[in-house]
Design a protein around this ligand. Structure first.
Ligand code: AHZ
Length: 307
């Protein structure tokens, strides 16, 4: 009889609550040692498909008009998303991340080593999100970079006003004429796997998201990185890129945080993407500037919405 109910069409999208098809166990302790009679609640394959697709397409519909789009879910983008999403639950925030796995370069501390260094005062941010660290005086050390990244990601993704579209890439910017010349008014997206095949397939048109404010944190130049600032050059909104300079931890981190700003109307740039605009040094494996550039990007964005 349960299976017959599951076959009934679209009105029965929701999976039945566990209690209605309970195998009896209410906790993992009760479940342990009871494997002989174990059975999952029944399901029909279409329910799994509909559980995913109905939500995804509803999200596409909801976020087609967003308040803020954050491009790139590395340490800077996730930090910005956390601050914005928490402080302004009324804002709809879409995160577009080209990779299947968000997190950018922040899964390892550097050269495949685990520990992540953050220079003070970025320890404030770790306390805010509840990541433990060892205090080494001028800097703190998180025992594994993945602890920072997974913690901030779980906090960001659990906020009801944030949707992350991963495996999705920003291919272009939406622009509007304005008093200042041009304003960025949204993003043009495509599945990353599609974007990677524009050269060997015939035209595969993209999708769009309108938003009055974009925060770009796509990292320094690379196959995908520095996307928005490179596009600003080809759009002739900035003359040329400064180009990221060699490594100098002390000057690099201060510069990235201080210079996080709206580069053209409607487009705030943060994190290492900024080094490509300003010709700032790189800092290598210290992540305090990424967290605090995210904080500053959020503050700049809030100025727009608080007007
Ligand atoms: O996949 C990219 C990564 O997750 C994503 N991304 C890039 N282009 C994109 C596009 N559409 C959507 N067109 C895109 N997503 O952006 C994310 C960038 O993360 P990141 O970790 O590279 O950048 P970040 O600025 O947040 O952190 C930089 C970390 C670095 S690099 C560095 C050095 O080289 O010295 N030092 C630090 C701390």
């Amino acid at each position: 009889q349960q299976v017959a109910e599951l076959v009934t069409p679209t009105s029965k999208l929701a999976v039945k609550p566990a209690a209605a098809v309970s195998t009896g166990a209410q906790s993992i302790e009760e479940m342990m040692g009871q494997w002989d009679n174990f059975k999952f609640a029944p399901i029909r394959e279409s329910q799994v498909s509909r559980a995913m697709t109905s939500r995804y397409f509803k999200d596409l519909d909801t976020y087609a008009e967003s308040d803020i789009v954050i491009i790139g879910a590395g340490s800077c983008g996730l930090s910005a998303a956390y601050v914005l999403g928490k402080q302004r639950p009324d804002l709809k925030i879409a995160i577009i991340e080209a990779s299947v796995s968000p997190g950018g370069g922040a899964w390892l501390g550097g050269q495949l080593f685990s520990a992540m260094v953050m220079r003070k005062p970025a320890d404030v941010f770790l306390r805010e999100i509840g990541v433990p660290y060892e205090d080494e005086g001028n800097y703190v050390v998180v025992k594994h970079a993945a602890l920072f990244t997974s913690t901030i990601m779980s906090k960001v993704l659990s906020l009801p006003n944030i949707k992350m579209f991963n495996a999705t890439c920003v291919e272009d910017l939406i622009t509007r004429p304005s008093e200042e010349g041009v304003r960025i008014a949204g993003v043009v997206t495509n599945w990353t796997l599609v974007s990677m095949h524009h050269d060997d397939q015939s035209c595969m048109d993209p999708n769009t998201i309108n938003a009055p404010l974009i925060i770009s944190t796509t990292g320094h130049d690379g196959p995908m990185g520095a996307f928005c600032v490179k596009r600003l050059v080809s759009m002739q909104r900035i003359e040329k890129l400064g180009g990221m300079r060699g490594l100098d931890m002390n000057s690099a981190e201060d510069a990235i945080v201080k210079n996080t700003r709206e580069i053209v109307p409607g487009l705030i740039v943060g994190g290492m993407e900024l080094s490509e605009v300003d010709g700032a040094n790189r800092m290598g494996p210290t992540f305090g500037a990424m967290a605090l550039s995210g904080l500053k990007a959020a503050e700049e964005a809030l100025k727009v919405f608080d007007l």
